[in-house]
Design a protein around this ligand. Structure first.
Ligand code: AMP
Length: 125
């Protein structure tokens, strides 16, 4: 079910449990600000999720409330992972679903990073 992005943070969401080590994940990268791991149901040959370590529901929450250091750290982690995975030259796509119309399912901010093949049109028509 899609997330109401205006609700308060729910610390029982699956990515909060991953951050606390209560659920396993296939980690690609981790630093003080971000955790990057493989999506459990990949939609492309490369499909990883970049999440901030802080408790933010979605892009709106993060952009309004995170510190400058958290925002810089998170954005740099996205770029670093893409570079480290060799995705800059072939290209990649970032996606951050926010709220009901986007079908956000997990109420902890995550950026999807897709790559590894031509990724098709930007949106289903
Ligand atoms: P969204 O619809 O943007 O909220 O995307 C949520 C994503 O989280 C989906 O692509 C799921 O496959 C992925 N996902 C859900 N649970 C897990 C998990 N335990 N480990 C890794 N990815 C997950």
């Amino acid at each position: 079910m899609a997330v109401d992005a205006t609700l308060p943070y729910d610390d029982q969401n699956v990515f909060a449990k991953i951050l606390r080590g209560e659920i396993p994940n296939r980690t690609v990268y981790e630093d003080d600000f971000a955790l990057v791991f493989h999506d459990i149901n990949p939609q492309a040959p490369t499909h990883v999720l970049v999440i901030p370590k802080g408790a933010y529901v979605c892009w709106d929450d993060f952009s309004a409330k995170a510190s400058d250091a958290e925002i810089a750290g998170f954005v740099r982690a996205v770029g670093k992972v893409a570079r480290d995975l060799g995705l800059v030259a072939p290209g990649y796509r970032l996606l951050a679903n926010t709220g009901t119309n986007s079908h956000q399912e997990v109420p902890h901010l995550h950026v999807h990073l897709f790559a590894g093949q031509p990724l098709g049109p930007m949106l289903v028509r």
